[in-house]
Design a protein around this ligand. Structure first.
Ligand code: HBI
Length: 99
């Protein structure tokens, strides 16, 4: 089972993920993605879904039209783990590719 990040590791992770921020009421990180339109937003979600399945690690997300709000946390660890950081990096890369 993935272990919760230590405070130092968590701080370093967030510094390496400048577009993400701490969630309010949970040991989690959040980011808002805004795309050109709904098609791009959903294409992004589809691409992420494939990786989430491969990783067996899934985002908590909310989509309205061209916006996708994402929260990442590890349910098994009830907090932020390396798996969340890895998925966040992959999501940033996919979003950058979508332009
Ligand atoms: N996704 N974010 C997240 N956190 C988990 O703990 C998690 C998951 N996807 C699948 C998963 N765990 C399974 O490994 C467990 O539910 C068995």
């Amino acid at each position: 089972m993935a272990q919760k990040l230590t405070p130092d590791a968590r701080r370093a992770a967030l510094e390496s993920l400048p577009k993400w921020h701490d969630a309010e009421a949970r040991d989690a990180i959040e980011r808002r993605f805004v795309f050109k339109d709904f098609n791009q937003a959903f294409a992004f979600m589809t691409r992420v879904a494939l990786v989430a399945e491969q990783m067996d690690h899934h985002p908590e997300w909310f989509n309205v039209y061209k916006t996708v709000d994402v929260l990442l946390s590890t349910h098994d660890a009830d907090g932020l783990t390396e798996r969340d950081v890895t998925l966040a990096r992959k999501m940033d890369a996919f979003a950058a590719a979508f332009g």
